[in-house]
Design a protein around this ligand. Structure first.
Ligand code: BGC
Length: 739
């Protein structure tokens, strides 16, 4: 009898467990929600920063972190790293708070935790989504080992204005490339199984259109048509959500008079109603509090009301929910449903991460020690750096340099810097682990070539006292490698610039070096397009290396000496002069496109319209020849697909990779369409003399846009299709879409 009872108990327990496991995240979240007091619910919606601030200080509650956790008054922290600290706080949450709800720890893992990869704009220059996914995977493996379970990335803001410092955090100017990269990063961070201990929750930011800031000045006003917004700015956020991103961050800016953190249109209408996502929204740093200076809330209480009603679920640092949300509900100003929905979404994320099953799954000191800066991750930083470097000029094949040279002058503060290659948002990135460009070159050439280094010019200030020495070392060397550009804090957040020149006196130094008559290789280290017409005109070779991360020096040396053939392509247009900005390849034609024979057309009197380097541009040490385009049909119905084929031949003498790019143009629409739109690309590797056939399939989705009635449709009519090596050098063909 006793045995039968035991067996029965066993089976009942087992089936209850099975039922519990079968419950959806929503059901599990609801079962927790049912136990919570109003104060505990609000607590889940509050996030505070731990060890350092990434925005202005705000007036925090008096209780310290431990007390807030114990009382269930905080649901998440950011800017706390390392297993020991995180474990301690998590322990208070799951052992000392009434409901034992685990905390979620967020961090800006933008291009690495400690092993720093190239900046995201550089990663986009690889045009290799699989590699970008691998980078995000590695970043997640490292960050998760340090206790982090949520990254505020991918940053997917489209930017047409390089004056905006945060262009370095995104994938450039194009909605298609941006969408592909956004999805790749989400897949990398979140992996196949978000509940694994080495995957982390992604946060798509900054929702939405932060990159459209007027004049490129950070935090500035954004105003654009809904059509422009939906066709060009919104797609990468959507792609990230479709790839499964578990959270989003509301941006600081307003769009058309409504700050994002109070925008029913962005949050309720698009996210919840159109995209039907349960991803939760975190505000940006104090962005709910900033509804006051924006001028839509008279005080913090009203800001809290606007934020929660717009379904901004978690309040990062503005204290609005902490101080006012309980009262707003009690006073009947905010329906409890808004709070419940927000809490449910936050709890769902915690369930998805498996934190309820094991709150310490990210807290293994042994794993932390083994994983941070592991060989495998460092190796990947170099792989990405190699593919992200863009060869912008290579007159008479000066590059790759011969290993038989006798001497090389390496010039520039940035050549020796072990700090600046890290770039902005480099978290735990340690300059001691960085291979500087000078070190990379020295390692590569060993004792065979004499390296003569001189600072020459710093990236800031007007001091020319180093020129003399730089000229001296240049004169006694066979070739000059000048590393110039921006320091690591000259781009990124709150680092907008009114000019896009190479800062300081670095270009003046180049002008002096030019007078020595020695061949010059310019290595550009920067986080945004710079205006470098003089450099393009006057030096022999130019490599765009962006902020290349810890292995930048090794990657640059491999490329300079030909152990790697560059294959990066620009994800953003380089203007000739700042006055051309905003300049982007997928612009409209206007009613008066420029015609040199007609005065009354669209142009500048003092400068040509064209960019210095177009979107998609990048050279190789070999050459590629494109055949004419073949289409499998000349006409398709609106729901049919079309195959576009082209043959690409490596017509040079080295193995190399080429990004084959496909663009379309819809010639006549119910609304105007861009002169070109990237719709597909593929990166192929070709041996010398080898030819490969590349097929692209144009699906109806690739032809859709928001028509005159804002419906997302394919319109019948004539189209052009272009395939080529960048957005300007293309072959073209035509097809028709019929009803
Ligand atoms: C930035 C966000 C970042 C947040 C937290 C803000 O200043 O705009 O991108 O995720 O700080 O560090």
């Amino acid at each position: 009898m006793k045995n039968i009872k035991l067996i029965l108990i066993f089976f009942i327990t087992l089936s209850l467990t099975v039922i519990a496991q079968k419950k959806s995240f929503k059901e599990r979240a609801d079962s927790v929600l049912a136990l919570m007091t109003l104060e505990e619910k609000v607590g889940q919606l509050v996030q505070y920063s731990g060890d350092w601030a990434t925005g202005a200080e705000t007036s925090r509650p008096k209780e310290g972190s431990d007390e807030l956790i114990r009382k269930g008054k905080v649901g998440s922290f950011l800017n706390i790293t390392g297993v020991s600290k995180i474990k301690k706080l998590q322990k208070i949450a799951v052992e000392e708070s009434r409901l034992k709800i685990p905390l979620i720890f967020g961090l800006d893992v933008i291009h690495g935790y400690e092993a720093t990869f190239p900046i995201p704009l550089a990663e986009a220059s690889t045009w290799n989504p699989a590699l970008v996914e691998k980078s995000a995977r590695m970043q997640a493996i490292e960050a998760s080992a340090a206790g982090i379970n949520w990254t505020f990335n991918p940053m997917v803001d489209i930017a047409h204005n390089p004056r905006w410092g945060r262009i370095m955090e995104g994938s450039g100017e194009d909605p298609y490339l941006g969408s592909v990269m956004a999805a790749a990063r989400v897949r990398g961070y979140q992996g196949n199984d978000l509940s694994a201990n080495n995957t982390i929750l992604a946060c798509v930011k900054h929702y939405a259109a932060y990159g459209g800031a007027e004049g490129g000045r950070d935090y500035n006003t954004v105003d654009m048509s809904e059509r422009n917004f939906r066709d060009f700015y919104l797609p990468p956020y959507k792609a990230a959500i479709e790839a499964g991103a578990g959270s989003l961050m509301a941006c600081f800016n307003e769009i058309g008079g409504v700050p994002a953190s109070s925008s029913q249109f962005l949050m309720t209408h698009i996210l919840r109603n159109e995209w039907k996502t349960d991803a939760f929204v975190v505000s940006d740093w104090n962005s709910i509090g900033e509804l006051i200076p924006h001028g839509v809330a008279k005080d913090l209480k009203q800001a809290a009301e606007l934020g929660i009603k717009a379904t901004v679920d978690m309040d990062m640092e503005s204290n609005a929910y902490y101080y006012h949300l309980v009262d707003l509900v009690k006073e009947g100003k905010v329906d409890i449903k808004f709070v419940d929905d927000a809490v449910r979404r936050v709890l769902i994320a915690k369930f998805k991460l498996g934190l309820f099953d094991d709150p310490y799954k990210y807290c293994d000191e042994e794993r932390e020690k083994k994983t941070i800066m592991s060989k495998e991750i460092i190796k990947a930083t170099k792989e990405v750096a190699l593919e992200s470097i863009v060869l912008l000029k290579n007159e008479k094949n000066l590059l790759p340099l011969s290993k038989k040279l006798k001497s090389i002058a390496v010039v520039g503060q940035l050549a020796k810097s072990k700090d600046d290659p890290l770039g902005g948002w480099s978290q735990k990135g340690d300059s001691n682990s960085v291979v500087s460009i000078l070190e990379g070159i020295e390692k590569k050439v060993g004792k065979e070539i004499k390296i003569n280094y001189a600072v020459g010019a710093k990236f800031k200030g007007n001091d020319k006292s180093g020129f003399k020495e730089a000229i001296k070392v240049a004169k006694k060397s066979d070739v000059i490698i000048a590393v110039v550009g921006e320091g690591r804090y000259m781009n990124g957040e709150a680092a907008s610039r009114a000019t896009l020149d190479i800062p300081g006196v670095q270009e003046d130094l180049l002008k002096e070096l030019k007078k020595t008559g020695k061949p010059i290789v310019v290595v550009l280290m920067n986080g945004r397009p710079l205006t470098i017409p003089w450099v393009q005109e006057n030096v022999n070779s130019i490599l765009e290396i962006w902020s290349p991360g810890i292995s930048g020096g090794d990657a640059v040396a491999d490329i300079i000496f030909g152990d790697y053939n560059p294959s990066g392509k620009l994800p953003v247009t380089f203007p000739r002069y700042v006055g051309q900005v905003p300049i982007y390849y997928n612009h409209k034609n206007t009613g008066r496109p420029h015609n040199p024979n007609d005065h009354y057309t669209s142009y500048y009197m003092d400068l040509e319209n064209t960019p210095l380097y177009p979107f998609g541009f990048g050279l190789s040490y070999t050459t590629f020849e494109y055949s004419d385009i073949k289409l499998d049909k000349k006409e398709i119905k609106m729901n049919e697909t079309l195959k576009v084929s082209v043959e690409v031949k490596n017509s040079g003498e080295r193995e190399g990779s080429e990004v084959v790019q496909l663009y379309i143009r819809d010639l006549v629409g119910s609304v105007t369409r861009p002169v070109k739109e990237l719709k597909d690309f593929v990166k192929i590797n070709l041996k010398p003399g080898e030819t490969k056939k590349v097929d692209f399939i144009i699906t109806p989705d690739k032809l859709k846009f928001h028509d005159i009635n804002m419906n997302y449709v394919v319109e019948p009519g004539d189209f052009k299709v272009f395939v080529g090596t960048n957005s300007i050098d293309v072959k073209e063909a035509s097809f028709k879409v019929i009803e």
